[in-house]
Design a protein around this ligand. Structure first.
Ligand code: NAP
Length: 413
């Protein structure tokens, strides 16, 4: 029975496990995850008010629950086990480690308090155990840089009123922060024109349905052309409602500097049409993409792992954002997983390597407390049980709280 280790339990890793089992129902698949909890981007990237998308976790949960699949949460490659050790234990190893680092703009002022990347920001609003508390207060004006769907997510979370988070899993601390900011304006800024924006129409249109916010197109004459996104922007431009918060769409502005003495006060842009403009801001979120980080000895080049149809080298493969860079929606991973699973299946040889038994022994020797599938289920139950105020879940926000829930044994009376 061939053994495969998948590093990463987000959509790319879970779809690959699923696809491999369709082709190789006898294979044994071990899914390793750095955090004690699975699902990566679904849990910590997808916005808390998009529970429809987050419900894909149920599909992935069924994959992890299968007899041939073992979950090893709280196991970090490079810390608890080395990549070459995994290569010696398994017939094939797959990196499904995503793209964790925020790309940087590389302009003056980017280290000022008040400037954050979208990865850090989405981790914060999704209660990632390694996220930093947002220290900035008194936010009246925000600048969101980038014209992709992540920028839309960030704008929507900032623009919504508390009642609009019913049924979400937004944490009480995040709700409290949003409630206490005197938010008036959210600027969303693209370096190219409206026709080049990468929003999808459904995500963009949602901004026109918010209760306390109204989208405004700053230069309606620039919205030229024929597409669903452009049509939506024209609808925004024709909307004359008033609302406490305005979402101002700016185009053709290239970020030039973050300004401020001790903290951010404005963002400076160069206009494509000439001149410089400054938008006041106490918070700026850069939504300009992500880069993969090293996985043990495997190093990314320009943000992703060089590969040929998913193969990095013999028996080592890659899927998802780690393979192709940070693009595509979650279902893109399913299509890609089909291709890479076929390649792995065609090349896989059962070389009688020890597989999960060797990994377990090594983790025991190193006293690594890994979270298996039943232990993850206990975390899941604990998080659902502590949900309050109309939320569907209240995530445990530290790894130690997760481990406590994972290994807590209720007293039997
Ligand atoms: P994206 O769609 O690639 O958008 C990145 C944006 O950043 C682009 O507007 C890009 O402008 C801009 N940008 C890059 N470098 C820049 C620079 N130096 N200065 C100014 N602007 C810069 O990426 P994303 O929004 O991070 O989303 C990643 C993927 O996840 C996408 O495929 C997205 O559709 C998907 N996603 C989907 C959903 C959903 O379906 N609900 C939600 C979130 C994310 P240029 O175009 O000029 O390069």
């Amino acid at each position: 029975m061939a053994g495969v280790a998948i590093i990463g339990s987000g959509p790319a890793g879970c779809y690959l496990a699923d696809q491999l089992l369709r082709i190789l129902p006898e294979a044994s698949i071990d899914v390793l995850e750095r955090l004690p909890v699975p699902f990566g981007l679904i849990r910590y990237g997808v916005a808390p008010d998009h529970q429809g998308t987050k419900s894909l976790a149920r599909v992935f949960d069924r994959v992890l629950s299968r007899e041939q699949v073992n979950f090893f949460g709280n196991v970090e490659v490079g810390r608890d086990v080395q990549l070459d050790e995994l290569m010696s234990f398994y017939d094939a190893v797959v990196l499904a480690t995503g793209a964790e680092h925020d790309r940087k703009l590389g302009i003056p002022g980017q280290e000022l308090p008040g400037v954050v990347g979208s990865g850090a920001f989405t981790h914060w609003y999704n209660s990632h155990p390694e996220s930093q508390t947002l220290s900035v207060q008194g936010v009246r004006s925000v600048v969101v840089i980038g014209n992709g769907n992540v920028a839309i997510d960030v704008v929507r979370i900032l623009a919504k009123g508390s009642a609009e988070f019913a049924g979400s899993d937004l944490a009480p601390e995040v709700t409290a922060w949003l409630e206490t900011q005197p938010m008036e304006t959210i600027h969303i800024v693209g370096r190219r024109g409206p026709a080049d924006a990468r929003f999808t129409e459904h995500e963009l249109a949602e901004l026109g349905t918010l209760q306390r916010a109204r989208p405004v197109v700053m230069d309606p004459a620039s919205v030229v052309g024929d597409s669903a996104v452009l049509e939506t922007l024209r609808c925004f431009a024709a909307d004359t409602r008033t609302a406490p918060v305005t979402i101002n769409f700016h185009f053709n502005l290239t970020p030039a500097a973050f300004l401020g003495e001790v903290r951010l006060s404005a963002v400076q842009f160069r206009s494509r049409h000439g001149g410089v403009i400054e938008l006041p801001a106490q918070l700026a979120v850069t939504c300009i993409g992500y880069e993969s980080v090293a996985c043990g000895e495997a190093l990314p080049v320009n943000g992703s792992f060089p590969n040929k149809v998913g193969e990095i080298k013999e028996r080592l493969y890659v899927v998802g954002w780690a393979k192709r860079g940070p693009s595509g929606t979650i279902p893109t991973n399913r299509t890609e997983a089909q291709q890479v699973a076929q390649k792995i299946a065609a090349e896989l040889k059962d070389s009688h390597r020890p597989g999960g038994a060797a990994l377990r022994q090594l983790l025991d020797e190193r006293q690594v407390r890994w979270v298996d599938y039943p232990a993850w289920r206990r975390i899941d139950v604990a998080e659902r049980a502590r949900a309050r105020d109309g939320r569907c879940r209240e995530k445990l926000a530290t790894a130690s709280a997760m481990l406590e829930a994972a290994f807590y044994q209720p007293l039997v009376s």
